[in-house]
Design a protein around this ligand. Sequence first.
Ligand code: MAN
Length: 353
Amino acid sequence: MIHVRRFAENPLIVPERVQPWHPNCEIVGAFNAGVARFQNETLLLLRIAERPIAKNAAEVPSLYFDPVKKRTVVRLFNRNDPSLNFEDSRTIRPADRLDHFIGLTSLSYLRLARSHDGRHFTVDDRPFIYPSNRRQMFGVEDARITQIGNTYYIYFSAVSPEGIGINLVTTEDFEHYDDHGLIFAPENKDTVIFPEKINGKFYALNRPSPKSIGDPDIWIAESNNLKYWGNHRHLLSVRPSQWDAERIGSGAVPILTEKGWLEIYHGATPNGRYCLGALLLDRFNPAKILARSKEPILEPEADYEKKGFFGEVVFTCGGLARGDTLRLYYGAADRSMAGAELKISEILQELGR
Ligand code: MAN
């Protein structure tokens, strides 16, 4: 039995508490944050979703970064335009081709929040990572952070008209960063880099979305330098008619336990309900699966997880392990940030270890 102890302070960060960065705009989400420890503080690298305030019910204004003008511009859509579909709160699609994409209803960028106790956070008043080129023009989203020595490897979805890929940057001070471009080409999301070399190699889990044959499954890749990745292998499949039937993706940066690497991943149903489950990988060969949870370890139950910008979603980009306690941070309903504590031993027991 896994006891999930949600923080009494949940939701920890809500969009109303974050000041918009652009004039005449509103924040619709402060969620899906990467997590790091830096100078005795817990840092959350939040995904902030911002959009212009609509002037009337028919107007759907959106933002994107114009890589030629080098600034953020507003694009207006009309909700009554019969050639467009607005049913998914996150995207604007052609009415006759719902598998195609025209734009996102908000622009995401990454902003830091800092805390001394891991429960009360102060959000920086400016972005830390903001779209700055064509491959990021529709936003940067869902950062994960792996610390190796004094270097923090930060990688996130970079969204552009050419697709969604994984962009790597590095920082040592959370003030400046170096941009290393895409480490996984479109479409790829939900990458996590293991925090140490295993048998002389770095490893990353990632989630391509094949368009002709294959499912949005989890893959594993190797690298000598964290920038060039190869030996790509399929790792984990979606499971028809279960909670992780439609798509899966890695969530938290893997945690080394006495039984192997513990990975908290997300799975979604065809109607878009996102839950979190656990995966145990071999300590010396992370391409070998030792166990996978049958039931979710965390599912949308609280009000702030069920209702939001896109409801029925719990989505993690990281946690902090201390002894047997895993402090997991997660985005709730594509809107706010929440936290919960779980016992690693209980998760391992549920996995049959
Ligand atoms: C999906 C969702 C959105 C996200 C886009 C682009 O539609 O995950 O939240 O903005 O993909 O990544």
